[in-house]
Design a protein around this ligand. Structure first.
Ligand SMILES: Cc1cc2nc3c(=O)[nH]c(=O)nc-3n(C[C@H](O)[C@H](O)[C@H](O)COP(=O)(O)OP(=O)(O)OC[C@H]3O[C@@H](n4cnc5c(N)ncnc54)[C@H](O)[C@@H]3O)c2cc1C
Length: 452
């Protein structure tokens, strides 16, 4: 149904779809997406590659009444006419335009990736879209081994998925440890050891420089023989359209506290947007921005003040959660590392308050730690240490109602407890629909309620 303003969204990815969900029924919403598939949960692509999720299971629902157009690439914004132009030269008018164009993978400087005819070498794969995932999936049965270039969250997820599929997999990371944007060297080493235990070798401090018939050549002289090369070494906000339209663009499309670009009729949300110095690249902030923009478009006077960092690794047999920016936040560090068991837990505290945290290997305390982090609880002298000890971690945790359970959709334990079933929790709160890392916690909260 419509009646409100015509909202046209460029991109039909995770931020756009969530915005459409919020606005359906009050606004006339059109989603213009250049992919051929209906919207899907991008986080779960590695689960599809791994074989634990069917592509149909990662579809995101688009409400009735939303005009979803697929294979609709927007090539120009005509601001004066308030119209966007598609690749087929047709135009779509808008009252308000929302840019949700996501990010694009960067091609690392490796000679031989691109053939003389301008196409990627047949062994080389990107991993950003469902099409990329399907192409890689098709190549897996004929391959014995794979090298993943990039040891960030995405690289580790993909490497693990290929390992689960039975490929002899190696990861090459130019920095001195895995996940170097999120965790310290100690945590990175523990993760590398965990990956090794699961059968994946990790080369850190080494750069891939050339792809030859013999394999991928590293700058330390080694050549990794490989049938597949998967590029996961970073991405950047997709800003070309905004730049061409003359909007203010720095690293991302610059937005203010109203999520307005330099044109007040045009908004930007998700991976393509830059608020202050912050460009995000994760689902929780993308969904937070979508929710806030929907409220503004419905007339509420709410302001965006930036998102907190929450990163979670989704891979079978590997658990990592990061709150804030533990590597660049000053404070007192309380940590506990057990490389033998594959766990590392670190809290950064300022005046007794948790200002950042890293958990590798054991996330049983993540709910409680997140709650203290969000509330700014002042911890007693022994409390931080107690939060990290194995004995305490093994004990069952009763989460208070305001503890956040689902970081992707921002859902508290109390909201889950108020639901009668898992399906109701999913429908009314959208918990578990992002990375899915909270599924066990949600089921436990509902079980707890059933016992009362
Ligand atoms: C494999 C993978 C795993 C990930 N894992 C995690 C994770 O575990 N946790 C986490 O928080 N985040 C994860 N991310 C990041 C997360 O997916 C993104 O932060 C999120 O998708 C951002 O949503 P978005 O809508 O801004 O961008 P996207 O979901 O990327 O959607 C943007 C869409 O816009 C389309 N588009 C671009 N330009 C145009 C145009 N001109 N016309 C029409 N359409 C256009 C693109 O094709 C794309 O479909 C992962 C990403 C990948 C690729």
């Amino acid at each position: 149904m419509s009646g409100g303003e015509r909202i046209v969204v460029v991109g039909a990815g995770m931020a756009a779809t969530r915005l459409a969900e919020w606005l359906a029924g009050t606004h006339d919403v059109t989603l213009l997406g250049d992919e051929q598939h209906p919207p899907y949960n991008r986080i779960l692509l590695s689960a599809v590659l791994e074989g634990t999720h069917d592509p149909a299971a990662i579809a995101m629902s688009v409400p009735d009444g939303v005009d979803l157009r697929l294979r609709a690439r927007v090539v120009e914004i005509h601001r004066a006419e308030r119209e966007v132009e598609l690749a087929d030269r047709s135009r779509v008018p808008y009252d308000r335009l929302v840019l949700a164009t996501g990010s694009i993978p960067t091609l690392p400087p490796i000679r031989g990736l691109v053939r003389v005819d301008g196409r990627l070498d047949g062994r080389v794969h990107a991993f950003r879209s469902l099409d990329d995932c399907r192409r890689l999936e098709r190549a897996v049965p004929g391959a014995r081994n794979a090298v993943v270039v990039g040891g960030g969250l995405l690289g580790v997820q993909v490497a693990r998925a290929l390992g689960v599929r039975g490929l002899d997999t190696e990861v090459v990371e130019g920095g001195d440890h895995l996940l170097r944007s999120q965790v310290d060297a100690k945590a990175g080493a523990i993760l590398a050891r965990d990956l090794g235990r699961l059968g994946t070798r990790v080369y850190t401090g080494a750069r891939a420089v050339r792809l030859t018939d013999a394999g991928l050549v590293l700058d330390n002289g080694y050549t990794l023989e490989t049938d597949l090369v998967v590029l996961t070494a970073g991405g950047r906000p997709s800003t070309a359209l905004a730049r061409r339209a003359g909007l203010d663009v720095r690293r991302g499309i610059v937005v203010d506290d109203r999520l307005c670009t330099s044109d007040p009729r045009i908004h930007a949300i998700g991976d393509c947007a830059q608020h202050g110095q912050q460009v995000t690249g994760f689902v929780p902030p993308a969904w937070e921005q979508a929710g806030l923009l929907a409220r503004r478009l419905r007339g509420e006077d709410v302001a965006y003040a930036g998102s907190r960092n929450v990163a979670r690794l989704r891979a079978t047999g590997l658990d990592v959660a990061v709150l804030g920016d533990p590597e660049h936040t000053d404070g007192e560090v309380v940590e506990m590392s057990n490389p033998v068991a594959g766990s590392h837990r670190k809290l950064v505290l300022r005046d007794g308050v948790i200002v950042a945290a890293t958990l590798v290997g054991d996330l049983s305390r993540i709910g409680l730690i997140t709650q203290h982090y969000d509330r700014g609880t002042v911890l007693g002298r022994h409390e931080a240490g107690a939060l990290l000890t194995a004995e305490r971690a093994a004990a069952p945790v009763v989460l208070p109602d305001d503890a956040e359970v689902c970081a992707c959709a921002g859902v508290s334990a109390g909201r889950i407890r108020a639901c009668a079933s898992f399906d109701q929790a999913l429908d009314t709160t959208r918990a578990t629909t992002g990375c899915g890392g909270c599924t066990t916690a949600v089921r436990e909260l509902l079980r707890e309620g059933a016992l009362v």
